[in-house]
Write a protein that binds this ligand. Structure first.
Ligand code: 4NP
Length: 162
């Protein structure tokens, strides 16, 4: 299973999701997710490291975002990845509009399986207060757990031909 996490700028939410999902998958479900990456809908920050506020909030929870660099979603992503997970509905709509007819990837919200959280979007923290970055981490850590649980269920339930 190859997973691409997607937000608007690829400097706050999706690099956070990439690092959290990678760490959790390695620790709790080795072999289930073989690749995790992230990308942005927009090109504003291509080549830049994550926002310093995201790097700091993640570091306080043990995730290192400092080596990540922003990139924009590319046409081949729809064929390379099995799952493209959008942080909010605007990102989701943009991915749906850009998806080719024969895309390999399933496109969904990152929090699609986290209904118990009471929200299905990870809000954009870029123009907000610093505690927005902790909220992003709370939602992404919880969402990543729900996602792994769902993928495990699907993995065991899938027919042999898939
Ligand atoms: P992200 O946050 O989508 O979580 O990376 C944003 C980063 C930059 C901008 C917007 C959102 N921006 O407008 O530059």
């Amino acid at each position: 299973m190859r997973v691409l996490c997607v937000c608007l700028g690829n400097i706050c939410r999706s690099p956070t999701a990439e690092a959290v999902l990678r760490a959790l998958a390695e620790r709790e479900a080795p072999g289930l997710i073989t690749a995790v990456d992230s990308a942005g809908i927009a090109a504003y920050h291509v080549g830049e490291p994550p926002d310093r506020r995201s790097i700091g909030a993640a570091r306080r929870r043990g995730y290192d975002l400092s080596s990540l660099r922003a990139r924009q979603v590319a046409a081949e992503d729809f064929h390379t990845f099995d799952l493209m997970l959008a942080m909010d509905r605007a990102n989701l709509s943009a991915l749906m509009r850009a998806a080719p007819r024969r895309a390999r990837a399933r496109i969904d919200l990152f929090l699609a399986h986290a209904a118990d959280l009471g929200v299905d979007e990870v809000p954009d923290p870029y123009y907000g207060a610093d505690d927005g970055f902790d909220r992003v981490l709370d939602l992404i850590e919880a969402g990543a757990r729900r996602l792994l649980a769902r993928l495990r269920e699907q993995g065991t339930a899938a027919p042999a031909s898939q």
